[in-house]
Write a protein that binds this ligand. Sequence first.
Ligand code: MRU
Length: 349
Amino acid sequence: MSQKQVVETLRWQGGRLEMIDQRILPSKFEYRAYASAAEVAEGIRTMVVRGAPAIGCAAAYGVALEALRLRNSSRDEFAAKLEYGFEQLAGSRPTAVNLFWALNRMRRVWQDVRSAVPSAIAERLLAEAHEVLAEDIRINRAMGAHGAALLPDGARVLTHCNAGALATAGHGTALGVIRSAVEAGKRISVIADETRPFLQGARLTAWEMVHEGIPVTLITDNMAGYMMAQGEIDAIVVGTDRVAANGDVANKIGTYMVAVLAQRHQVPFYVACPLSTIDAAVPDGRSIPIEERSTSEVTGFRDYQWAPQGVAVRNPAFDVTPAELVTALITERGVVHRPDRQKIAALLR
Ligand code: MRU
């Protein structure tokens, strides 16, 4: 890779998968090590690793780790236990389709070499996991190049959640577009929504941008409308966890609110979306499964609880932005303006 890899979200080290613990950033920067599918599934569920493409990479390594752990088993035991590893990983988080995309890819590889001995299958699965990771960075670079052309020099770009290097194997999707624009010599500044309740914007996007010297201003989610009304936002770029066949976009809770405001204020609303995030099997956004997370994420943060005991709480982690509010999807194959069912079908052909 010619460009500097700034953040290694996941890395293969000494026969184990290591992932940056994103729950404790930015106060601590630590890797945690993983040696089985069950451990990786727990890392995904508890959001040590998060962001759709990074979840997909972690799941691919989860399968490979499980296969390596079982390499000396009989063929029958290997097949049964590896199957259980797939199930554990598939149950970790429901919305990011990259998880299921990566598991399907690993399953196809397994099917192709099924007659080999377990140790050879394990080595092949590990090679595939390495390829999923390397490919993700290449895809993000391609998306970045396409998306950078959409941002004018001097643009003030709002983003929601973290669709950066930390949400991928590197470079990022939405932040990849911003990084590529900066690399192309454009003066870009970022407005980061804090992203209640897990604070991916305040903790992760702000950290990535500060770390890299890209100008960033942090706002609370409820300031986005004010900023747009003041004319202080020129474009919005977000990532996505799943795009339906008609172009509806699931992303971090609060994205829909930003898209509605963008339409009201005629600010372009771009979605950076690798093809692995498009789910052609889901006809529209109503069929995208939306994760509900623990109420404790809303009633407080870490050890501090600010809401009264006994209050009813909802915590949907994602929402759906209808395709009609999306100015363009930015993919590794190019930009799809005003996405709809026909354009997405053509893109996938
Ligand atoms: O709950 P998270 O932190 O996994 O949610 C992440 C997002 O919503 C991202 O915007 C999305 O996965 C795209 S990441 C390139």
